[in-house]
Design a protein around this ligand. Structure first.
Ligand SMILES: [Zn+2]
Length: 245
């Protein structure tokens, strides 16, 4: 079975699960569908009730989706040109269907998970091409992350935005090249982990012309919304909102 077929089967199985979880207790802002509970997910121990069975969005994706809806689209005067790296299904479908998005490109190194095969350290688009770039949980596993930041800056139009989501721990970014794959898997849940960013990521991005703010957006959402969307245990969900200077 090819990887593409495996992915299709994976989605088909989730569709059955979504039917079994029919209900209205929880709602997903990415796909707009409801269910009586969400699915479990996690590389380092399962976390319960966090993944939408319809579009497979995690809390961080639902938070990012709300942020885009409330904080990015509100300033939109004409449909945006969007480049979305490592696209997850829920957010991909949401953006594709949005009237605020005129040109949507989903991109990944792996051609089986996105329409456009793109290396984030060598983006095959012209300077100043995009209004919005989305890059969730990617930079931590890109060996040449600084090159990726440079490229994101290059293809964004002046004033354009990049929304970056990644694990942020402490004040200072730690490179992890000294750890073995086994250690990385055990400690960080992903053997491809190159680093854990600290809050100094804003300075690093700033040095590449991206004015960055770290936003804990879940704190700005209402308790009712947090309960309905199952966001209370949100994990790795801070959004780094960058504007090209
Ligand atoms: Zn959903």
């Amino acid at each position: 079975m090819s990887e593409r077929q495996r992915i299709a089967l994976h989605y088909a199985l989730y569709k059955i699960e979504a039917v079994l979880l029919k209900g209205d207790r929880y709602e997903c802002c990415c796909c707009g569908k409801s269910s009586r509970r969400f699915l479990s997910h996690g590389n380092l121990g399962l976390r319960r009730n966090i993944k939408c069975p319809h579009c497979l969005s995690l809390e961080r994706t639902r938070i990012l989706c709300m942020y885009i809806r409330n904080e990015v689209f509100k300033d939109t005067e004409k449909p945006l040109k969007v480049l979305h790296f490592a696209p997850v299904k829920g957010l991909k479908d949401f953006l594709r269907q949005s009237p605020y998005v005129g040109d949507y490109r989903d991109a990944d190194l792996n051609p089986n998970v996105a329409t456009y095969q793109v290396d984030i350290t060598q983006i095959p688009y012209e300077d100043n091409s995009f209004d919005l770039i989305i890059c969730s949980h990617i930079l931590y596993c890109v060996p040449e992350d600084r090159k990726a930041m440079q490229e994101i800056h290059r293809v964004l139009r002046p004033g354009g935005r990049a929304l970056i989501v990644d694990t942020i721990e402490g004040d200072t970014t730690r490179e992890l090249g000294h750890l073995s794959k086994k250690e990385l898997q055990e400690v960080y849940g992903d053997e491809a982990t190159c680093r854990v960013y600290g809050r100094d990521i804003t300075e690093i991005l700033g040095s590449y012309g991206l004015k960055a703010n770290i936003i804990d957006y879940v704190k700005q959402l209402s308790p009712e919304f947090i309960e309905k969307e199952c966001l209370s245990d949100a994990f790795d969900a801070e959004i780094i909102d960058c504007i090209k200077q």
